[in-house]
Design a protein around this ligand. Structure first.
Ligand code: AMP
Ligand code: MG
Length: 310
């Protein structure tokens, strides 16, 4: 491991939820945490290092065409998901990335099992897919508002007692299958404090250019703060696995959240270690034969292979 890669691994270590550990968000994770990165200036440098590394590895991921990367982004409203996606993916080839936002499910979606619509958007080999909200809404918003579960037309056995425990298990198994078959799963929870959410809502009201982002429904949702904190804590406790661990991203400082998110995604790519495909000696000989043909076609006065000459 190079020192750059080691720095990234060390940086994200305190953000990981150990598989099997019991999380109480308020006690275990500080939304204002910034580790050893004390200044925004130092942060900026780290972020550009992280996004550079992402671009580098993404090119190899694409060329190798073996693994896909699924980035799951969860947060409370105003947690900074959109800005994180924008900043973290700077410099990455847009052809290699797909972003999917998941909203209130349509009636077609409700007529299928709860994982169906997420399965349709998984990354192809070689690509990164970002889920802006994800299958985890099925154990978050649906848990906080039980009437949403009613709308899913489930058989009695799938909605009765133990439904959340079963869903945790089903999600873990689904993710295990995906990861065994080439999908690397990176899960980020942007952890915002109640006070910072209040300030961000006010900002959306005060700045005219941000009014479009403001939703009265978000402020109503804020009344369920404690229920969400409990639902997030249970989600983190039950679905951080060896094959797909959760990372809790301190989100009160946007600049820190972006570095941390970039670092976690970069680390996943480092673990995958994709390589540009190489060719065997037979294929190499065939290429050299074609090279000769192309060189023979050079017009008078032109270098047979200007690339080689330069
Ligand atoms: P936004 O991301 O702000 O555009 O809002 C999307 C809305 O869709 C949020 O209020 C989510 O809670 C809601 N939503 C996302 N997934 C689900 C789901 N599976 N069931 C119910 N509501 C959902
Ligand atoms: Mg919203």
């Amino acid at each position: 491991m190079t020192s750059r890669e080691q720095r990234i691994a060390d940086f994200i270590e305190p953000l990981r939820v150990d598989p099997g550990s019991k999380v109480r968000l308020a006690k275990d994770f500080d939304p204002a945490f910034r580790g050893t990165v004390h200044s925004k200036k130092k942060g900026r440098q780290l972020l550009s290092e992280g996004t550079e590394l992402l671009a580098e590895y993404q090119a190899k991921l694409y060329a190798q065409h073996t693994h896909g990367v699924l980035v799951v982004l969860q947060a409370l409203d105003a947690g900074g998901k959109d800005g994180t996606i924008r900043h973290v993916m700077t410099g990455v080839n847009p052809q290699g990335v797909d972003v999917h936002g998941f909203k209130v499910p349509s009636s077609e979606e409700l007529d299928h099992d709860y994982l169906w619509r997420y399965g349709l958007q998984l990354p192809e080999r070689g690509k990164i897919a970002i889920f802006n909200r994800s299958h985890y809404e099925e154990v978050l918003v649906v848990r906080v508002h039980p009437e949403l579960l009613e709308r899913q037309h489930l058989p009695r056995s799938a909605r009765g007692k133990g439904v959340w425990r079963r869903r945790f298990h089903e999600i873990n198994e689904w993710e295990r299958t995906l990861s065994r078959n080439g999908t690397k799963i990176v899960k980020l929870f942007l952890n915002l404090s109640n006070e910072e959410q209040r300030i961000r809502f006010l900002r959306r009201i005060d700045l005219p250019d941000h009014n479009w982002k403001f939703s009265a429904a978000d402020v109503r949702e804020r009344e369920y703060w404690d229920s969400y904190q409990r639902a997030f804590s249970k989600m983190l406790s039950n679905t951080s696995t060896r094959w797909a661990p959760w990372y809790v991203i301190p989100a009160d400082r946007k600049w820190y959240a972006r570095i941390a998110a970039a670092a976690v995604i970069a680390n996943a790519l480092i673990e995958l270690d994709p390589r540009f495909p190489t060719i065997d000696s037979d294929a190499r000989r065939r290429l050299l034969k074609i090279k000769e043909t192309l060189e023979a076609q050079s017009p008078a006065g032109a270098a047979p292979d200007p690339f080689e000459a330069g």
